[in-house]
Write a protein that binds this ligand. Sequence first.
Ligand SMILES: [Mn+2]
Length: 314
Amino acid sequence: MEDIIKLIEKAKSALILPHISADGDAIGSCQAMRCVLSDMGINAVIYAEETVEERLYFIADGVRVYNGDTIDYDTCIVLDCGDEDRLGTRKELLSKAKTVINIDHHRTNTGFGDASLVVSDASATGEVLFNLFRAMGVTLNSDIAGYLYTAICSDTGGFAYSNVSQDTFKIASELVSHNIKHWEISRLLFDCVDMKAELLKAEITKDIRSYYGGKVRTVVISREFADKFNVDPKELEGLVDLPRRIRGTEIAVALKELDDKIRISLRSNGDSDVSEIALKFGGGGHIKAAGCSILDVTIDEAEKMVVDACKGAI
Ligand SMILES: [Mn+2]
């Protein structure tokens, strides 16, 4: 951690980069880092790969979409991103930086960059940052606390998943002491949904597919199906929860047909390590939550490949 702190303190101007399809942990962590850097007098800008999804607008202030231009910078700080390819087109920015810092909690992180801080038992990158900021002697304020709380709340499903530790609760308790509206953060993250997406989910629930006696369950969203509901599949969150919640499911899979690939989310209810399955397809993640993409196949072919790969894990 000391090396990371020294490198941050040396930075004059930094780009902060979340993974593609940035989630609440990625954006919340980037915003917290931006606040801390700006308090240190370091000029910092967050560049996302694409427009932040509507659900996360409340933490998206000032996040820029990368279009080939950036501010001048000497440092790239990559947050919540397991490998360089998960930066999409922004991967090219790393080679132009004097220093690349990689801070993450994905167990499949490749350790890229000049210095990395990967804590795979942390619930969220927000939790890693909380400990880093404490080591740096940062004084928290309600902005930083709100962003970190959002990051952790997002990656733990509202403090519900097995990645939550005693430390996570202690950190959350300290963050809440900074006068943040934690109930509002939970509502915006989990209880404020898009009507069109809900209608699509109601329809696709009827079509959940079961394999191996129901131990593996999938939902499959084709482009055609999403179009019928006038929904952008990229914006569909929490699809994998539909099969995950059903009694008897050990591995839940959601497949979405995007423009150029099939995007796959995996969740484990039992002992199966879904990050191993995701790795087989060039993805990664955590034991109980992982993801990958498959190119040049139909969505049904992709489903068969993933269901086959699940066989050894159940
Ligand atoms: Mn995360």
